[in-house]
Design a protein around this ligand. Structure first.
Ligand SMILES: *Cc1c(COP(=O)(O)O)cnc(C)c1O
Length: 417
């Protein structure tokens, strides 16, 4: 695959090789990242990138859709099958665009939407002020209970009663507990709001049966396709039949032009992979790994937001260690453990230097790591925190990371050029 690149653009080819080596040689724990299979990567890099297909199967603006219609139909059918929804739109370019389209499908600019605030674990596109979603809509934000790190459903209900949003968004980028979609749907019903559930992070866990599904409760389910679902970079909307026309219109022509068919093709492949017993085992292992990692980290005196995790994600509050989140994340990266700094609920520190570190198990689980390795990794976190300013020791920890990576190479069918 890389031969052509080697010839025509050796500079970029070399950088791709270096990034490939980086991904193989470090412990990747950013919870939104993963490794896609060779099959998914092959479809992503296929000739479908050459085709324009504005519209939907059977109703395109350009000719030559003999194959593309079949592919998009398969992708939609597979999405409907694995999520159990009435309808799927597989065209959104990303999770952010999918969210915007979901809002536009149900309400008009200026109307009120209510989502989780960014510092509390919500996504930018849930109405945060710097996002278009916070500018075009009247945005009301709920928080988590700073004491428990969890949703206080009574408080959310109260805020909804006071502000009468047209849309309530349930979903997060940094929430460590199972989300009660039924409770959210009851809150939405009580104020006559639509419920949009954004499962970008947990889509793979939902398909794998280790997190409850919002599909029975939400008017629209929005998701990315590349996080725990382990597909290509993209977005997707699932909805009930009554919203099908509005959703499709909101995506095209509302938000987008031509769909990225290479991505849709790869999504079809990823959805077939997700519809296997192996994927269910994977999802289960992701959660089990996170649970063990959380337990061990707490044993080592790390404070975790919400006191643990139900899903793939752990939020470490570094305040009791006296180490800022960014400093910890940088030291971990030097040792070859890649994470991101993150705000913690009611964080007194500024957002560009927050108190927390966000970590997750999707990628390491794809590498085949299990509970035993989580115990080892927790110890590495402890060692990094204890030697935060000691470059030599951090380097030594890096050697242990390299060793662990060599014992758990990226599986054959996940290795790509
Ligand atoms: C990642 C994420 C998104 C955005 O996805 P992009 O593909 O990066 O645009 C939206 N919502 C949530 C909850 C996310 O975690």
């Amino acid at each position: 695959m890389l031969t052509a690149l080697e010839q025509y653009d050796p500079q970029i080819c070399e950088l791709i090789k270096q990034e490939k080596a980086r991904q193989a040689g470090c412990i990747r724990m950013i919870p939104s990242e993963n490794y896609v299979s060779k099959a998914v990567m092959t479809a992503t890099g296929s000739c479908l990138t050459n085709k324009y297909a504005e519209g939907y199967p059977g109703k395109r603006y350009y000719e030559g859709q003999q194959i593309t219609d079949l592919i998009e139909d398969i992708a939609r059918q597979r999405a409907v099958k694995v999520f159990g929804s009435d309808h799927a739109n597989v065209q959104p370019y990303s999770g952010s665009i999918a969210n915007m389209a979901a809002y536009m499908a149900l309400v008009k600019p200026g109307e009120t939407i209510m989502g989780l605030s960014l510092p509390d674990g919500g996504h930018l596109t849930h109405g945060w002020k710097v996002s278009a979603t916070g500018k075009l809509f009247n945005s009301v934000q709920y928080t988590v209970n700073p004491e428990t790190g969890r949703f206080d459903y009574d408080q959310i209900a109260e805020l909804a009663k006071k502000n009468k949003p047209k849309i309530i968004i349930s979903g997060a980028t940094a929430y460590t507990r199972e989300i009660d979609f039924k409770a959210f749907s009851e809150i939405a019903k009580s104020v006559g709001a639509y419920l949009i559930s954004d499962i970008a992070h947990i889509a793979g866990l939902v398909v794998g049966g280790v997190h409850q599904s919002p599909v029975p409760y939400a008017d629209i389910v929005s998701t990315t396709t590349h996080k725990t679902l382990r597909g290509p970079r993209g977005g997707m909307l699932l909805c009930k039949d009554e919203h099908k026309i509005a959703v499709d219109r909101a995506v095209f022509p509302g938000m987008q032009g031509g769909p990225h068919l290479h991505t849709i093709t790869a999504l079809a492949v990823a959805l077939a992979e997700a519809d296997t017993p192996e994927f269910k085992l994977y999802a289960k292992q992701v959660v089990s790994n996170a649970g063990v990692l959380a337990e061990k980290l707490m044993e080592y005196g790390f404070e975790l937001v919400s006191g643990g995790t139900d899903n793939h994600l752990i939020l470490i509050d570094m305040r009791n260690k006296g180490i800022p989140g960014k400093k910890m994340a940088k030291a971990l990266d030097r040792a070859g453990i890649v994470t991101n700094c993150n705000t913690v609920p009611a964080d007194p520190a500024p957002p560009f230097n927050p108190s927390g570190v966000r970590i997750g198990t999707p990628a390491v689980t794809t590498r085949g790591m299990k509970e035993e390795q989580m115990i080892e990794i927790a110890k590495l976190y402890k060692e990094v925190a204890e030697n935060i300013d000691d470059t030599e020791t951090i380097e030594k920890i890096g050697k242990k990371v390299k060793l662990l990576c060599s014992e758990f190479p990226i599986p054959d069918h996940f290795i790509v050029s």
